[in-house]
Design a protein around this ligand. Structure first.
Ligand SMILES: [Zn+2]
Length: 350
């Protein structure tokens, strides 16, 4: 089993919302809860080394307009989420991760230094890298430094809402990256905060790649040519990403895969990208806890079944080396390039 980097998982959202929209209840992360997509024992069984621990500062609410838009996107009854007091919300998510480190310090550890990355390489526990999903908590570009000092190491510019930094994949008027957004990307590059273009609009994606001096990620998305879905990226975006030496984490979100989501259908996406662009572009970003009210792809019901994906890729002609790149090496390559700038404090970065 190759080591795995999962570029996107909403662990704190699961706890903050008490498991809303997920069939399994809330229980300690250290037990092997039946039916739960991910927990420490399942991470250990799947050889998961590093997880991008998302901070999704969303407030569940009732709003017919929002429910309609999000339900049409995901094809499943989706709650009416909105962004309200996002900095406070983000602080609660960070608190959840801090408590997980406190409760499971022998098996989970925060990834914010080069030394932590070495621990990932040695496979001593499961590293969690804090990743903000949507830049709304940043009231000012410089607020990124405060969150950096709390351990943030990746920034996804938008969720499904437009914000002052960039337009989202659900934008009704794709204005791309704003002036503040450009400043924010420059600061991310200075600090080594990994820029994430999942949920970004096409124009935002292309303009961020143009602006970034470091490789970026699209942490959780699939490919438009295989499945035309607003959350997926098209070939022009993929070409730009390839030039940037970035990666896309193929995702398990069912409507982005196919009408009949399964391990085979997900392999179709991976094989397409490998043949058209090369295996160096592909990584994994499950988004398991984001599958609210959705049925998991057949054969990938929980992370400990990830071996089914490796076997399917092998059956489709991919070699051991390519599978290891997709599972681990490609993501680590982008992380390492950004991490070369990591300092203990944002004050020490130049
Ligand atoms: Zn997402």
């Amino acid at each position: 089993m190759p080591p795995l980097v999962d570029l996107h998982e909403d662990i704190s959202l699961y706890y903050v919302t008490q498991g809303a929209g997920l069939r399994f209840g809330v229980a300690d992360f250290g037990i092997d809860l039946e039916g739960r997509h991910c927990d420490i024992p399942k991470y250990e069984r799947s050889n998961t080394r590093l997880v991008f621990a998302a901070i999704a500062p969303l407030t569940p609410t009732i709003s017919p307009k929002r429910v309609e838009r999000l339900t049409s996107l995901y094809g499943a009854p989706f709650g009416g989420y909105r962004v309200r007091a996002p900095l406070s919300a983000a602080l609660e998510h960070i608190t959840v991760y801090r408590n997980l480190f406190r409760m499971h310090g022998d098996r989970l550890f925060p990834v914010r230094t080069l030394w932590d990355l070495e621990r990932v390489e040695r496979g001593q526990g499961i590293g969690l890298l804090l990743a903000l999903e949507g830049a709304e908590p940043l009231e000012d570009v410089e607020d990124l430094e405060l969150l950096y000092d709390l351990g943030l190491r990746s920034l996804q510019l938008t969720w499904n809402f437009d914000n002052r930094y960039g337009a989202s994949c659900m934008s009704r008027k794709d204005y791309g990256l704003t002036g503040d957004g450009e400043e924010l990307i420059a600061l991310c590059n200075r600090l080594g905060v990994i820029v994430d273009l999942a949920h970004a609009s096409k124009r935002t994606t292309l303009e961020v790649i143009e602006a970034s001096r470091l490789p970026v990620i699209v942490s959780h998305a699939n490919f438009r040519t295989v499945r035309d879905h607003p959350r997926n990226v098209d070939d022009e975006q993929l070409e730009a990403l390839n030039r940037n030496r970035g990666v896309v984490g193929v995702t398990f979100i069912p409507p982005t895969i196919s009408d009949h989501p399964s391990v085979e259908a997900l392999a179709d996406h991976i094989v397409y990208a490998c043949e058209r662009f090369g295996p160096q572009l592909v990584a994994i970003g499950t988004d398991y806890f984001g599958l609210l009210n959705m049925v998991e792809p057949r054969g990938l019901e929980e992370v400990s079944r990830i071996g089914n994906l490796w076997r399917e890729l092998e059956r489709r002609g991919l070699g051991e080396r390519e599978i290891r790149m997709i599972a681990y090496e490609n993501a680590m390559r982008v992380i390492r390039e950004n991490a070369a700038r990591w300092r203990l404090s944002s004050l020490a970065s130049t």
